[in-house]
Design a protein around this ligand. Structure first.
Ligand code: SF4
Length: 261
């Protein structure tokens, strides 16, 4: 009989989890409708207000990160900012993370690093990216981020629809993996980003001057030709286009729209 009661408990848990996913999905759809056409600053303010104390910004401190970081600092410089230091980043990105955070006055940037045990057992020579990029991203990005996000109910990303075909239908608010995700810059294009950066005199990532419109880990990022998809330099020459941190498990408003901060 113990087995039967365990099964009943398991069934109840699954049902509760499905109810929660459906509730979150409905919330995301409502917010998405309410915030349609709102400015990135208004979306960001709404997110930080609605989820106060339970929301973090996830930033790569990459080629287009300064705009959203600046907007966030203007609203609340103590907002938690999660930065994935994969151990394979360009030195220029690590320098940029320090100087930009200091300049903007962001006081709660957290450097997320892969678990030592994962590196020691699965990537001891730091060359897993050559043979199994999916697992490399899993241990260097997905696992550390999921661990850090455990204390939050919602997060903010800097993804935009114009960046790639896989992001063309990115919603402003999604529900994914039990959390709300806000994409305040979803509707912005190159012109708006450049104008905002110029108006606020934001420093560019040093590698943008060398043909990198999107900057990730050094082994998996190449410069791109003018006119090419902005993310075409990421995992160039392979089928992989996303690192996996945005893969949704909930469907609906949270359908996988691609990712990679
Ligand atoms: S982007 Fe490349 S080096 Fe970085 S975690 Fe993924 S596979 Fe590894």
């Amino acid at each position: 009989m113990a087995y039967e009661s365990d099964t009943v408990v398991d069934d109840a848990r699954i049902e509760a989890s499905q109810d929660e996913d459906a509730r979150l999905d409905a919330t995301a759809r409502t917010l998405n409708t309410q915030l349609y056409g709102a400015s990135p600053e208004a979306i960001l303010r709404a997110a930080l207000t609605a989820c106060s104390g339970r929301i973090a910004l996830v930033s790569s401190f990459g080629a287009e990160s300064a705009v959203l970081l600046h907007m966030t600092a203007a609203i609340d410089p103590a907002t938690p900012v999660l930065f994935l230091d994969t151990g394979q980043l360009f030195g220029q990105t690590l320098d940029y993370r320090k100087t930009l955070a200091k300049r903007l006055g962001l006081s709660a940037v957290r450097d997320l690093r892969p678990a030592y045990a994962d590196l020691a057992t699965r990537d001891p020579k730091a060359d897993l990216w050559r043979s199994d990029a999916e697992t490399c991203c899993q241990i260097r990005k997905v696992a550390p981020l999921n661990l850090a996000l455990g204390e939050f109910d919602a997060w903010i990303t800097g993804r935009k629809r114009f960046q790639s075909v896989s992001r063309a239908h990115l919603p402003i608010v999604e529900a994914a993996q039990g959390k709300l995700k806000f994409n305040p810059l979803a509707a912005w294009g190159r012109a708006e980003l450049d104008a905002y950066a110029a108006a606020h005199d934001l420093p560019a990532h040093p590698l943008t001057a060398f043909g990198y419109p999107s900057v990730g880990c050094w082994p998996c990022t190449k410069p791109v030709e003018s006119g090419d998809d902005l993310r075409s330099g990421r995992w160039a020459g392979s089928e992989k286009t996303e690192c996996g941190i945005h893969t949704s498990q909930s469907g609906g408003a949270g359908q996988d729209v691609g990712g990679g901060i």
